[in-house]
Write a new protein. Structure first.
Length: 182
């Protein structure tokens, strides 16, 4: 099996059958063909299949995203949304994962977002699991975040979280976000 040739074939729209001991064991199919053919054949759409496989592979339970920002980043975000009715809400609902929009397998278990500014928890917002997310061009998703939660609301909705506005929370080295299991 020559992977470079197989990739060239896929890019040219050619299916590749993988043989093992004289028997067909797998087929590599061009992505665009699969994306179009699956729904027409009554199969699970590719995006849903990939999301389901990723969720199973990651075994994601309920968790929160902790977003770390510096004051200057927070200020720039607020300036960018200065014309909106609630600039802080607009800035807070704009989330990304490490490489792009928050993936659907991660969204399924995401229950809240904790915003940390310069090492201190600024606010906690719940996510509405039934509400729609919107992916923007580029790396951001618009998340369905609630109004900031009070300490008692955090305790009632997320008793194991134990992160409250005013708490110290040093940033994870090398990352602007992390995920914490509930």
């Amino acid at each position: 099996m020559n992977v470079a040739e197989d990739i060239d074939d896929l890019e040219a729209g050619i299916h590749t059958v993988v043989m093992f001991r004289g028997a067909q064991r797998a087929v590599f199919a061009p992505y665009e063909w699969v994306r179009i053919a699956f729904p027409e054949l009554g199969l699970t759409p590719l995006e849903d299949l990939v999301a389901d496989l990723a969720a199973a592979a990651h075994n994601v339970g309920p968790h929160v995203m902790v977003v770390y920002r510096k004051t200057r980043t927070q200020r720039a975000l607020l300036e960018g949304f200065a014309g909106s009715a609630d600039p802080l809400w607009e800035a807070d609902r704009r989330l990304s994962s490490l490489r792009g929009p928050v993936p659907s397998w991660r969204r399924a278990g995401l229950r809240a977002v904790v915003y940390v500014v310069d090492g201190q928890v600024a606010r906690v917002r719940a996510l509405d699991p039934a509400a729609a997310w919107e992916d923007l061009p580029g790396v951001f998703s618009l998340a369905p975040v609630s109004d900031p939660l009070s300490r008692s609301e955090i305790d009632a909705r997320f008793p194991s979280l134990k992160l409250y506005p005013g708490d110290q929370r040093p940033a994870v080295v090398g990352s602007s976000r992390e995920y914490v299991d509930l």
